[in-house]
Write a protein that binds this ligand. Structure first.
Ligand code: F6P
Length: 325
């Protein structure tokens, strides 16, 4: 019987566990054998691969992270370790892999396909939501809801004490998490790598609002800007408010997956398994675009850079695109 494996690679995120459960269900429905690769590329090299049944994935749909573990492996760059990984799969009769991760993981699998012909489908899974060609990556909805909940709590204490808070979000070089959080939390300041900001203008505006009774100020800053300290100093010294900093950190990566992340895990898995079983499928990435599922090539992803749309940035600041977004 033909076998398919699933692996989670790179940064973990909510939605991976529902995807693992749906994967096992769909593979069995297709009368194939489901395998789990533990600890990402590391487990692929070290033969940490197990055949599973539905019982192995029961009670995981609501869990954050990934029950099969993840890793970032430098060894996979070397041909001898990729060959070792291929021999492991070959012994088990696995010639197809579904991989949840980011573009680094997809590139690694593409090289693996070119070396040994192991087909794969990549499922974009990163809270950074920064993979070209897809409007949504698994895990981002849960991360955004965790940030929303944290900012709601911070607002309670900020308004009690008439304070300003600088909230730093994750995202590497991408400002997506910070931008969406600033829009949906009504933050006065949003600092992301992709968008200019004008502190002189903000100073006048905030001072006026505070004089008119505003009790708190929220600034959301993307980690990739390295501007958390600068915004803290600005609020404390220029605006003159008692200011605190909260770095949200890894709480954004955990937590139980939202309904949307579970639903999208189901959507991505169903279509990925259908596609990987088609004869002409080699190595592709499943994406979500204009509310529909599509498949794109790794070359297409890696030859472009992800950009937040002007329309989204225009939601935060009408100045950003002169009210034309
Ligand atoms: O890519 C996901 C991410 O959580 C980024 O937002 C963050 O910068 C990074 O991973 C943190 O990596 P680590 O878990 O290795 O500290």
């Amino acid at each position: 019987m033909a076998a398919i494996a699933i692996m989670t690679s790179g940064g973990d995120c909510a939605g991976m566990n529902p995807a693992i459960k749906y994967f096992v269900e769909h593979v069995i429905l297709h009368n194939l054998e489901p395998y789990l690769i533990y600890d990402g590329l590391k487990g692929l090299i070290d033969n940490n691969i197990k055949k599973v049944t539905l019982n192995d994935v029961q009670g995981i749909i609501h869990l954050g992270g990934t029950i099969i573990g993840s890793s970032r492996s430098k060894r996979f760059f070397e041909y001898k370790y990729r060959e070792q990984a291929f021999n492991n799969l070959n012994e088990l009769g696995i010639d197809k892999i579904i991989v949840l991760g980011g573009d680094g993981s997809f590139r690694a699998m593409n090289t693996f396909y070119k070396d040994f012909g192991v087909k794969f489908i990549g499922i974009p899974a990163t809270i950074d939501n920064d993979i070209y060609g897809t409007e949504y990556c698994l895990g981002v909805d849960t991360a955004l809801n965790i940030i929303r909940s944290a900012i709601d709590s911070i607002r309670d204490t900020a308004s009690s004490f008439k304070r300003a808070f600088v909230i730093e979000t994750m995202g590497r070089e991408s400002g997506y998490l910070a931008l969406i959080s600033a829009i949906t939390s009504g933050a006065e300041i949003c600092v992301i790598p992709e968008m200019p900001y004008d502190l002189d203008f903000k100073e006048k505006q905030i001072k006026k609002d505070v004089a008119n009774g505003k009790r708190y100020v929220l600034a959301v800053v993307a980690e990739g800007t390295n501007k958390t300290k600068e915004i803290y100093n600005f609020l404390r010294n220029e605006v003159g408010m008692d200011t605190r900093v909260t770095v949200l950190g890894h709480i954004q990566r955990g937590g139980n997956p939202t309904v949307f992340d579970r639903l999208m895990a189901s959507n991505f898995i169903k279509h990925s398994i259908q596609r990987i079983l088609e004869k002409d499928c080699k190595g592709e990435v499943v994406v979500y675009k204009n509310s529909a599922i599509e498949f794109i090539t790794i070359d297409y992803i890696t030859s472009h850079k992800y950009k937040i749309s002007n329309a989204l940035m225009g939601l935060y600041s009408i100045d950003y695109c002169g009210n034309k977004c």
